[in-house]
Design a protein around this ligand. Structure first.
Ligand SMILES: [Mg+2]
Length: 469
């Protein structure tokens, strides 16, 4: 018979029920008492107190790469999974995983084979029989979070909820109240990013297609397809283009036509206060420009990495300087490696642990293992978060994406492994090893621990029930 932990249902739950480690320790202590009846371990009677050091979070969720800092950025996505009854499986309450997607779990639209096994391992198919909370943190985007989760669910053969998912443009939703007028949205397929932006609450979303439809001379070599022409909105119904003022530019996803998008971004950047079809005399009055991330390259289906949004950002800044006689254009980037993105992820993780795993009273996990393939964003951001955060952020670099074996990563991970499955194994094994070390430190003889472990494997553990409502 395998060991089984019995948990009371929320909201009235024993404090100890939130902790696999504590439950494990209680069982271990009981067994130790049986083995050493002559010894009285006073610790058994001590109440187990929850750690009340909840995260302080009112800091902005994202840091801008520029001197301007987006404000009001503190709220994780509101979509969370429907709370479910806690399973009888144990849940690791003191550590969790966060994953990049491209080059770690998926490549070229197909799952990396070890990814499916890795997810199973986190969902309890491991030698310790524990489930480990996890979230996804990708710089990618171009679809609604729900759509991306649907794609990922199919690829990984498991249910992925928007409540455990952050993509590059997710934080842009927090700027809705700041920009209530017209905004220019760049990137993605067809009208998808317009719909994402409108779903976030932006009221007047204009795309490059709208502008080209109104004035085809804007981009001499870009001809809208019939579908693009039909889907683009008729800005001239409002009057002259110069009546429209762009309050901000958001590059939601990778551009599908770099030349025309670059031209239109630069036109707006050089305009009089964002007014279309105008030119500033000073070139310093354009609206802010936000990129959902700044990855120069990313891991796609091609054997070599492909150019990403960060490359377009560099081009925009460089060409702006070229065409304005040396003026500097300051743009802003969200996503990894910005520490604010990781702080946002911390809060999402806490919500997810509460709604999905019943860890309502818990503080943030002691350790978050972040698995990524890009040293410049994944490792850099994780290490920066680790330096700043009270809890540990542990960077693991995999070899299935951007990073090429044999090269020296610009930012050093705590561990480098072949695949995401190895990363998950590494994290879980490290936690179990640390747990054993803690137990050894508490003074238990190894022989007795072995005996205890053998016995634990064959008994049912009943927790003391003193509900805390
Ligand atoms: Mg990646």
């Amino acid at each position: 018979m395998s060991a089984r932990l019995q948990r009371p249902a929320p909201p009235c739950r024993t404090v100890s029920a939130s902790s696999f480690a504590e439950t494990f320790d209680i069982a271990r202590r009981n067994l130790e008492n049986q083995l050493h009846e002559e010894e009285n371990d006073s610790e058994l009677d001590e109440p187990i107190s929850p750690d009340l050091n909840a995260t302080a979070n009112p800091t902005p969720i994202l840091s801008s790469s520029s001197t301007l800092t987006p404000d009001c950025l503190s709220t994780p996505p509101t979509e969370v999974a429907t709370p479910r009854n806690p399973s009888e499986e144990e849940v690791a309450d003191n550590f969790a995983f966060a994953f990049d997607i491209d080059g770690v779990l998926v490549r070229g639209g197909n799952p990396i084979p070890e990814a499916i096994e890795a997810m199973k391992m986190l969902n309890g198919e491991n030698e310790y029989g524990i489930r480990v909370p996890y979230i996804f943190l990708t710089n990618g985007g171009g679809k609604t979070e729900a759509e991306r989760c649907g794609d990922l669910s199919k690829q990984l053969e498991l249910e992925v909820s928007p409540g455990q998912f952050i993509c590059g443009h997710t934080p842009m939703r927090e700027l809705v109240d700041k920009y209530r007028g017209a905004v220019l949205v760049i990137g993605g397929e067809g009208e998808k990013c317009r719909h994402v932006a409108e779903g976030y609450g932006f009221k007047d979303v204009i795309t490059p297609g709208d502008i080209i439809k109104a004035n085809s001379h804007v981009a001499p070599f870009r001809k809208l397809t019939e579908a693009e022409h039909a889907n683009s909105r008729d800005l001239l119904l409002r009057g002259d283009l110069s009546d429209i003022v762009i309050e901000a530019v958001f590059v939601f996803a990778d551009s599908r036509d770099w030349a025309s998008d670059l031209q239109i971004i630069l036109d707006v950047a050089m305009s009089k206060g964002g007014r279309l079809e105008t030119r500033s005399e000073t070139f310093d009055e354009g609206p802010p420009i936000y990129f959902s991330h700044s990855d120069i390259v990313w891991s796609a289906a091609h054997e070599h990495v492909r150019l990403g949004m960060g490359a377009l950002r560099r081009i925009v800044e460089t060409v702006f300087s070229d065409v304005t006689g040396g003026k500097e254009l300051i743009t802003h980037a969200f996503g990894k490696p910005q520490v604010g993105t990781f702080e946002f992820a911390t809060r999402l993780l806490q919500k997810w642990r509460a709604t999905q795993h019943g860890l309502v009273d818990s503080s943030p996990p002691d350790t978050v293992y972040f698995v990524g393939d890009t040293p410049e964003s994944d490792v850099r951001g994780t290490n920066a978060m680790d330096a700043k955060s009270d809890n540990e952020w542990y960077s693991i670099l995999v070899k299935t994406g951007v990073y090429e074996e044999g090269t020296e990563p610009a930012y050093k991970p705590r561990a480098t492994v072949n695949t995401v499955l190895d990363a998950v194994r590494h994290g879980i094994d490290r936690e179990m090893s640390r747990r054993s070390a803690r137990q050894a430190k508490m003074g238990f003889h190894q022989d007795n621990q072995n005996t205890i472990m053998e016995k634990l494997a064959g008994i049912e553990i009943n927790e003391p029930t003193s509900p805390v409502c």
